[in-house]
Write a protein that binds this ligand. Structure first.
Ligand code: CP
Length: 305
């Protein structure tokens, strides 16, 4: 297994053993941080779409290991504004950095960037497609909270059509003998292509619109935001905004050990009154982005094996 110089575009690019290796590396780095591990390395952070957690945790990960960061979060301030293509932008960034982390609104943009670049590209989210590093930190969070990933019952709630974190995580969980519960309005259900992929692997999954019909079974409830920015018609978004709102009224309907996750940002899917309960795992989940991204950067830069 080698990670050096590899692109991380889709969670499908990683085998189960490789996923577990990233999680093990993250655990080691978190236990024993090395502030010089990435000294001399430069990461380009190219964000063509808004982000708080992915961008800041990648930048924090790099800096805490002694590396440097260049990049932008406002593409309107770059030469894209003058008509430069994504291809040419990447051809420049590869000359200025040793690794490129990129978020882009267009599905497949990260794959295109990987074709252009001679340095590793890490996909920080491409449209409604994939968000593989979020998946790795989600798995790390589940493993830390539950002591295992295997044989858990995991519910996904909300916008499963456009939610890229759900798409990536469902595919990753197919390695771990989990049962998946997809809870969404009919119009925002998990895309057929993902269900067909799960079918082909013999993965147990259930589709439901009413959370309360399955909530008592779940070990993890992974809530998501309705992805306003991906709806072609704003009126269509309005139909589904606020469709699932978790608050204290859910407590009698869940296991005492249930953990609630959310990739964040949340809008109104989880009321802050749940934040202090033993069920809330979402802020810890976001924090886990740092060791997991430290592990990934160290692996693709060949500083750890
Ligand atoms: N989870 C996540 O991708 O958050 P950001 O959009 O803030 O990066």
């Amino acid at each position: 297994m080698t990670f050096e110089n590899r692109d991380i575009i889709s969670i499908r690019d990683l085998s189960k053993n490789e996923i577990l290796h990233v999680l093990k590396t993250a655990k080691k780095i978190e236990r024993k941080p090395n502030p010089n591990l990435l000294k001399g390395e430069v990461m380009a952070s190219l964000f063509f779409e808004p982000s708080t957690r992915t961008r800041l945790s990648f930048e924090s990960a790099m800096r805490r290991l002694g590396g440097e960061v260049i990049g932008f979060a406002e593409p309107g301030t770059t030469s894209l504004k003058k008509g430069e293509t994504l291809w040419d932008t990447i051809k420049m960034a590869e000359r200025y950095a040793d690794v490129i982390v990129m978020r882009h609104p267009v599905e497949g943009a990260a794959r295109l960037a990987a074709e252009a670049a001679g340095v590793p590209i890490i996909n920080g989210g491409d449209g409604a497609n994939q968000h593989p590093t979020q998946t790795l930190l989600d798995l790390y969070t589940i493993q830390k909270a539950k002591g295992k990933i295997e044989r858990l019952k995991i519910g996904f709630l909300g916008d499963l059509k456009y939610g890229r974190t759900v798409h990536s995580l469902a595919i990753a969980l197919s390695h771990f003998n989990t049962a998946l519960y997809f809870i969404s309005p009919e119009a925002l259900k998990m895309p057929d292509s993902y269900l067909e992929e799960l079918d082909s692997k013999g993965i147990q999954y259930y589709e439901e619109t009413d959370l309360l019909k399955v909530s008592k079974k779940l070990d993890i409830l992974y809530a998501t935001r309705i992805q306003k920015e991906r709806f072609p018609d704003p009126l269509e978004y309005k139909k589904y905004a606020g469709v699932y709102k978790l608050n204290r009224s859910i407590l009698p309907h869940i296991k005492p050990s249930l953990k609630i996750m959310h990739p964040l940002p949340r809008v109104d899917e989880i009321h802050p009154e749940l934040d202090d309960t033993k069920h809330a795992l979402y802020f810890e989940q976001a924090g886990n982005g740092v060791p997991v991204r430290q592990a990934l950067l160290s692996l693709v830069l060949g500083r750890v094996k």
